[in-house]
Design a protein around this ligand. Structure first.
Ligand SMILES: Nc1ncnc2c1ncn2[C@@H]1O[C@H](COP(=O)(O)OP(=O)(O)OP(=O)(O)O)[C@@H](O)[C@H]1O
Ligand SMILES: [Mg+2]
Length: 447
């Protein structure tokens, strides 16, 4: 018997779909910053194609009195003709360009779960019309709570909690997009805690390396720019202060000591002969002991479009012992259409390439690094090293750094006086031997 086609009107999308895309979406409420910054970065990339001098600035303003968060950019904005359509679409993205980060059409909804009101305001370059969409998030939550005993379709829910209007903007204001969340609150209010927001952005957002803290910043950026499509960093300004990645030349260890990063190792991850990712890791001088959590940089981290996927533990399983990942600093930047971030962006969508990717990371990095860590630990327990009287957290890494470079001479001079080295003698000798050594300057500036 021939099958009867179902009536087109049979499909319905109900209100709980929106709940899943807002309150149900992210384990960590701070993820909403990632979603809005990701949208700004995509929009700035679009604007840069037309005007290479377009600003790469993304402003993030937290106002504890108003309990508001405002995130704005001067990217391409949305034109007056398209704004209503784009801002009223759920699960449909206008981003067709594969090089852009967003594609699901849901990211901007994340903030709705944590505020009383959300206002999206945007204007494109060509027209003097500003488009505004307002969400009454209290009403949205009340309608979704089901207490009214009425269930709504997604469309009804949307129409009852949003308003869209347009106003005459100033044409010379150029193009922009701004999202303002007011009456913000979350569990323990982490979303309004400026230190937590700063730390989250420094590891997650596409920010640059700190120009003074990380000697290898330029080398890494050049390596990534020359290999990754569209590799880019943005000037993210949090309450007036620029945010940088947390990497520096010195790492604090959980054992309370320090270690020096004296170089970087660039690498590629290949699957069936094709590179799917490029990365770097810091070469630690001693490679003894894990890096403290407070340092924010520990673990080899995975990024797509320079935005972190998951957290510092994503690759733990690729090491012989999961804690070995926290001995390392480094990044893997994925550049493959087959490795697709999942909707929470805490891992990749399951497919064959994902399995091969993690296997390759294990083979290329996890196993050799695990072996090296175990070897160094065995050697340490055998090795007799000169000890420094009154070892300070500043001088100890200085001694380590000099063993492998041109300052070696200074250490030898002092160390020959006996197996025990006087800290003051050592510093004087090092200063004499190498006046312009950048590591020395950094380490001794507080002495
Ligand atoms: N800062 C912005 N500048 C210009 N347009 C924006 C901006 N933020 C959002 N938009 C527009 O709103 C649309 C919806 O954003 P949303 O974050 O919900 O989805 P997406 O970015 O397309 O996909 P994803 O869900 O993967 O993030 C975007 O596709 C884009 O057209
Ligand atoms: Mg998005």
């Amino acid at each position: 018997m021939a099958r009867k086609a179902a009536k087109k009107s049979a499909f319905k999308a109900g209100m709980y779909l929106l709940e899943t895309l807002t309150a149900g979406m992210y384990n960590d409420p701070l993820a909403i910053y990632r979603e809005y910054i990701q949208n700004s970065a995509d929009s700035i990339d679009g604007a840069l194609k037309v005007n290479p001098w377009n600003s790469k600035r993304i402003n993030v303003e937290l106002n504890p009195i108003e309990k508001s968060i405002t995130i704005s950019d001067r990217g391409a904005g949305i034109s007056a003709e398209l704004a209503a359509d784009i801002l009223s679409s759920v699960g449909l993205s206008s981003k067709k360009n594969l090089n852009l980060r967003g594609f699901r059409g849901i990211g901007r909804l994340g903030g709705l779960a944590f505020c009383d009101q959300a206002i999206f305001r945007t204007k494109a370059e060509d027209k003097d019309i500003e488009s505004i969409q307002e969400w009454d998030c209290n009403k949205l939550r009340q309608l979704m709570s089901g207490t009214g005993k009425t269930t709504y379709s997604l469309k009804q829910l949307f129409n009852r909690s949003t308003t869209f209007y347009q106003e005459n903007g100033k044409k010379k204001a150029g193009s922009y997009f701004e999202v303002k969340l007011s009456g913000v609150q979350s569990f323990r209010n982490h979303v309004m805690d400026i230190k937590k927001v700063h730390d989250f952005l420094s590891v997650t957002a596409p920010v640059p390396f700190h120009p003074d803290e990380m000697s290898f910043a330029k080398e890494i950026s050049e390596y990534l720019s020359s290999n990754i499509h569209n590799y880019s960093a943005y000037d993210i300004i949090l309450n007036g202060e620029p945010v940088y990645k947390p990497y520096s030349d010195m790492v604090k260890l959980t054992s309370k000591g320090h270690d020096i990063i004296d170089g970087i190792e660039p690498f590629e991850i290949k699957i069936n002969g094709t590179a799917v990712a490029y990365g770097w890791y810091g070469k630690r001088e001693d490679l003894l002991g894990a890096i403290t959590k407070g340092q924010m940089s520990s673990g080899i981290r995975v990024r797509v479009g320079n935005i972190q996927i998951g957290d510092n533990h994503l690759l733990d399983g690729c090491f012989r012992e999961s804690r070995f990942n926290s001995y390392m600093v480094g990044e893997i930047h994925v550049d493959s259409a087959d490795l697709i971030p999942n909707s929470r962006r805490d891992d990749f969508v399951d497919n064959e390439i994902k399995g091969l990717f993690y296997n390759e990371i294990e083979r290329e990095l996890g196993l050799p690094i695990s072996k090296q860590i175990r070897l160094n630990s065995r050697l340490k327990s055998k090795k007799e090293t000169p000890t420094v009287q009154r070892t300070s957290p500043v001088i100890q890494p200085t001694i380590k750094s000099v063993e492998n470079n041109k300052l070696q001479k200074a250490v030898k001079q002092v160390a020959t006086k006996g197996n025990s080295v006087n800290e003051a003698d050592l510093l004087a000798a090092i200063k004499k031997e190498c006046k312009d050594c950048p590591v020395l300057r950094k380490l001794t500036k507080n002495i």
